[in-house]
Write a protein that binds this ligand. Structure first.
Ligand SMILES: [Fe+2]
Ligand SMILES: [Fe+2]
Length: 200
């Protein structure tokens, strides 16, 4: 299938606003791939399709999980906002017949993030936060961070997400906590290594 054919399907499944957001994330994912040396075609396609199930009803998403044998954890059951990433990945795999695991996982983890993310997974996670159509409080800080350092941008993105969820009393997916802890531990190790280097 060509990107134009994917766009037609996307247009039929999403509101105009969400469709435009998908195009913005695809463009942003390509821009970040050029900076950080990622695969441009995969970045565009994953960005384009990342929210393909975002406008589907809860019912339709639950049906998708049932049809393809996906079992939700208790935290996932309690957080319908996370569903579109999981149902999107399985829809893209089973209905659109895209078998590229990197693309599927970039879609799957674009909302929660996780430990040990690939470059493509990070680029889609961040492109979703820094795309042109985004205008939340703090987006400029995110855009600046992402243009300087991928790990710093992940730290800010994850901290923002965790803070926002906790403030509103929502559960936090363990994958998000794992991703956050990994970034923090790596950062601390790097600064510990730096101080050893400078003190010797
Ligand atoms: Fe999303
Ligand atoms: Fe999105």
């Amino acid at each position: 299938m060509t990107n134009n054919e994917y766009k037609k399907i996307l247009k039929s499944k999403l509101s105009e606003k969400r469709y435009k957001h998908s195009l913005c994330v695809a463009d942003e994912a390509v821009r970040l791939s050029l900076i950080f040396g990622g695969n441009i075609e995969k970045a565009y396609l994953a960005g384009l399709l990342h929210d393909i199930m975002k406008d589907a009803s809860n019912e339709e998403q639950l049906q998708t999980f049932k049809k393809f044998g996906i079992i939700l954890t208790n935290i996932e059951k309690s957080a319908p906002k996370l569903w579109h990433a999981m149902s999107g990945a399985v829809y893209v795999e089973k209905v659109l017949n895209i078998s590229d695991l990197e693309i599927l996982n970039a879609i799957r983890y674009h909302t929660t993030a996780k430990q040990n993310m690939s470059l493509l997974e990070k680029l889609i996670y961040l492109a979703d936060l820094t795309a042109m159509d985004r205008d939340y409080n703090g987006v400029e800080e995110m855009r600046h961070a992402v243009s300087v350092n991928l790990e710093k941008a992940m730290h800010i993105g994850l901290a923002y997400t965790i803070n926002d969820l906790a403030t509103h009393g929502y559960p936090i997916h363990p994958d998000t906590i794992d991703a956050y802890n990994e970034v923090i531990l790596e950062k601390n190790n790097t600064s510990a290594a730096d101080s050893i280097l400078f003190s010797s």
